[in-house]
Design a binder for this molecule. Structure first.
Ligand SMILES: NC(=O)c1ccc[n+]([C@@H]2O[C@H](COP(=O)([O-])OP(=O)(O)OC[C@H]3O[C@@H](n4cnc5c(N)ncnc54)[C@H](OP(=O)(O)O)[C@@H]3O)[C@@H](O)[C@H]2O)c1
Length: 226
């Protein structure tokens, strides 16, 4: 991208979103740090903005205020750890409402903004679990797989409009979401954010940020032949 980056990052108050916003600021971008509770955004140099990705009115309001955006980072997410057969159906729906419909609704509001501003890019934060579907995280994996399909379809739909769409795949990162996982199994979200923003701005369609994700991706073509 050659023009000045004006980015909006969802879920920018903590975790990976906070690191993605930090990385974008370090590269000279104007950054809207979107959060359900904008008063929890503590990063210097960003513009806090209210945005609940499951609330269409909130998304519309944010797109009206942040009308100079050229880069959208769909990062906000939840992990209920619901299993598909015995987990609460409300949790299974919440995963879809967040990762799939939330990402879709934010994209539907912000793509026209990016288009009006001359084109740009969208980064969707997915997971290795978009490809790997253990029953213990059935609801999360299904929602991330849906968001992966959405990402691929939007990439083709938006290319003629000069909007690049990228996916980030990663395994465990050291954030609140997986505080129960031992530290040695997690990557540093700051390192992931740096890779993600470099890949996005270099026009990569798929940013694979750790070895686990690279191995799982490599195994996809052979997974069903055993
Ligand atoms: N951590 C991992 O191991 C891992 C691995 C692969 C992918 N990911 C993905 O990485 C992304 C970031 O997760 P994280 O690890 O940084 O988790 P996190 O520390 O739990 O942060 C989640 C962020 O998403 C926000 N959020 C959740 N629901 C939202 C909604 N409806 N509207 C707006 N914001 C919402 C949270 O806001 P509040 O503060 O208001 O709750 C918070 O800012 C997610 O998409 C996650 O699925 C994480």
């Amino acid at each position: 991208m050659t023009q000045k980056v004006v980015a909006l990052v969802t879920g920018a108050n903590r975790g990976l979103g906070r690191q993605l916003a930090t990385e974008l600021v370090a590269r000279g971008a104007k950054v809207y740090a979107a959060a359900r509770r904008p008063e929890t955004v503590d990063l210097p140099g960003v513009v806090p903005i209210q945005l609940d990705i499951t609330d269409p009115e909130s998304i519309h309001r944010a797109a009206t205020v942040a009308d100079d955006v050229t880069v959208l980072v769909n990062n906000a997410g939840i992990s209920t750890q619901a299993t598909l057969l015995s987990g609460p159906i409300e949790d299974i729906r919440a995963e879809m409402e967040t990762h799939y419909f939330g990402t879709l609704n934010v994209s539907r509001e912000f793509v026209p903004v990016i288009e009006r501003n001359g084109g740009g890019a969208v980064l969707n934060v997915l997971s290795v679990l978009a490809w790997l579907h253990p029953p213990t995280s059935g609801a999360y994996s299904a929602a991330k797989a849906a968001a992966w399909a959405l990402t691929d379809a939007l990439r083709t739909e938006l290319a003629p409009k000069g909007i690049h769409v990228a996916a980030l795949h990663v395994g465990y990162m050291d954030t609140d979401m997986v505080s129960y996982i031992p530290a040695e199994q997690k990557t540093d979200p700051a390192h992931v954010a740096a890779q993600a923003i470099s890949g996005l701005l270099n026009g990569e369609p798929e940013i694979i940020a750790d070895e686990l994700s690279r191995n799982v991706k490599a195994g996809l073509s052979t997974a069903n032949t055993a």
